[in-house]
Design a protein around this ligand. Sequence first.
Ligand code: AMP
Ligand code: MG
Length: 428
Amino acid sequence: MNATPTLQDIASCVSGYDPNALPVAQAQEFIARLVPRVQAVEMLPIRSALGRVLARDIVSSINVPAHDNSAMDGYALRGADLSATGDTVLQSAGTGFAGQQFDGLVGPGQCVRIMTGAVMPVGLDTVVPQEFVKLDGDQVRVPAGIVQTGDNRRFAGEDLALGEAALIAGRLLRPADLGMLASLGQAEVPVLRRLRVAFFSTGDELRSVGEQLDAGCVYDSNRYTLWGMLQRLGVEVLDLGVVRDDPAALEATFRHAAANADAVITSGGVSVGEADHTKQVMASLGDVLFWRIAMRPGRPMAIGRIHSDGHDAILFGLPGNPVAVMVTFYAFVRDALLAMSGAAAQPLPMLRAASTAAIRKKPGRTEYQRGIVSRADDGGWQVAITGSQGSGILRSMSVANGLVMLHHAQGDVAAGGLVDVLPFDGLV
Ligand code: AMP
Ligand code: MG
């Protein structure tokens, strides 16, 4: 068995690692090397597996479809009988229904009335849709040039071939996958157990909804955005509330979280000038690094491994500002939690959009500005920044429908310049 690498081991593998000005890409690489993957497998009925991670490859135990069959309601015939020059006249020999095949012999010059999904009668290889033929008693007239040999015939195994991998381990199961599993006749699916994620907010100024808002205090909003983002990922959540800036209370909560979850997410208390005890308590419970990331919003972040009761958890100590929480979650935590869940990489789709106005941007850090993407008159995408980009202005996330990603080396953007945008659909 390999010994678990220390955080220092991991840092030494990441080229350009500088904890005080860490580029986003290096932070992402570090985290990808740090996080373990859940191992435990459970069997679930197909429907319960929606959104879960497939634990093992699924190999087709049958051909789907099981037989060559018709793709149309019409007449099955032999391609060799089709006239090269004019209409073809065939004699109907019977009917084949889906689930009730035509078993008779079909001689040359004969055809069989056939329904969609019905097994192709022996010797026939082509189907002419019924709307194209002219009937005269038992005679079926196929106009010239309507079909070619092999048309409208589905082959056995053309959807899923016997012995072929139908779904690969690591897949996040979607509706089409549930249907595929059912088409293989598989009632249960092996999936990885759900990841457990504990989260809490830190800060003496925080009040929970339902409490009175004392002077100088703010309501805790981060626990709600975090809860929502975690729900979208399909993980199991453990909400540990607001924890005051009290070493004993912080330690007890961190210990409880580390003992009961695979990952622990906190917000607040990790800034450089922070006077509170959060950082000290984090560091005392395991191997934890405090980063300053070259990004905006969301500069400070703690990352590491904390233990309690012989159990390890990965710690993501996010900044306190509400927009920084969301941006650091999408920049770092989403991919890490998916990897921990055992899911294959799920890169997010990006749009290239023309900025409606100039954007100021300093090279040397990654910026995530909030934007509204829409269709321009020329049919391309355009994006407008949503006013003030302060990291405390949660409204900028709420009115936006995408994040404008201004990359590390990128400088100012001129009006009309193209930028990368991460649309929120399906994400936020
Ligand atoms: P901190 O990172 O703890 O210095 O917090 C930075 C800013 O974010 C401060 O203005 C905090 O009041 C605010 N903040 C921290 N945690 C939360 C929270 N859970 N909900 C809303 N605002 C918060
Ligand atoms: Mg604080």
